[in-house]
Design a protein around this ligand. Structure first.
Ligand code: MG
Length: 265
């Protein structure tokens, strides 16, 4: 099942109304898909309002509003090699703020004072319920589903500061979407990034140094996760710079694509 968050024109002619909904139909072509509106939110048994829209008539938003985006760094060996340094023995964890989240089609805004902003295509885990101290064997019980994420990074800020907060946290530096796929085995799916149609990153989650259950156990050992929180699981080799005018696409096999234009502030 594909759960989206979207803005639809109000039937009364007022401002657009934001809802969650289930995307129905085959394939990823919006012209052949519909969205069935969900009453309330998707973190409880779903009930439907009966309202339906052609997917092409709504604007998809980031599929969840996370209280925090937890990220795992250096989680593919080939990316560790391109960044230099040893392979970490335990997951390297950092945060992106909720204000960095944008949705499909929203622009990634390059900061004026950065000259090197990289794309990082990643599998995103969407948490379905409040949880703490989740053992790996039960980790999938707290997962609502998965989405595509782009851990956009001002590499010059990351390297100048010696820690990662500024480089990872600019507004618009966390595209998520286009929806949450709830029925996906992510033990071995492709994670790809293309810029203007040219494939720059092409990994598989089977290459993760720390897999999804291990990550959830590690993170929830010290932090409560809330419904809608997102964990980005790391990026494969091939990160590279974005420039104004680019369109960057993240494709996790079975989800997506998630495409965002790049502009200069
Ligand atoms: Mg990353």
């Amino acid at each position: 099942m594909r759960i989206a968050r979207y803005a639809a024109p109000a039937t009364t002619g007022g401002p657009a109304e934001v809802s969650f909904g289930v995307v129905e139909g085959a394939g990823n072509d919006p012209s052949s898909l519909e969205v069935a509106e969900v009453a309330g939110h998707p973190f409880a048994p779903l009930t439907f309002t009966g309202v339906r829209h052609p997917l092409s008539s709504v604007r998809l938003l980031a599929p969840v509003l996370p209280s925090k985006v937890v990220c795992i760094g250096k989680n593919y060996a080939d990316h560790v090699v391109e960044m230099g340094g040893p392979v970490p023995q335990s997951p390297v964890v950092f945060l992106k703020p909720s204000t960095s989240v944008i949705g499909p089609g929203d622009p990634i805004v390059l900061p004026r004072n950065s000259s090197h902003v990289d794309h990082e295509a990643e599998l995103g885990i969407v948490i379905g319920r409040l949880c703490r101290e989740v053992p790996a064997a039960k980790a999938l019980e707290v997962v609502l589903g998965y989405t595509c994420g782009n851990d956009v990074t001002a590499r010059d800020h990351q390297q100048a500061d010696g820690q990662w907060t500024r480089g990872k946290s600019h507004d618009s530096f966390c595209p998520l979407g286009p929806w949450v796929e709830t029925d996906l085995d992510v033990s071995d799916v492709g994670v790809q990034c293309a810029v203007d149609g040219e494939v720059r990153q092409n990994g598989r989650t089977a290459q993760l140094i720390h897999d999804v259950p291990t990550i959830i156990e590690w993170v929830t050992a010290f932090m409560t996760l809330l419904p809608g929180d997102v964990i980005l699981t790391g990026t494969p080799a091939g990160v590279g710079p974005l420039v104004p005018g680019n369109a960057v696409t993240v494709l996790v096999e079975g989800i997506g694509p998630l495409t965002n234009p790049v502009v200069r502030r």
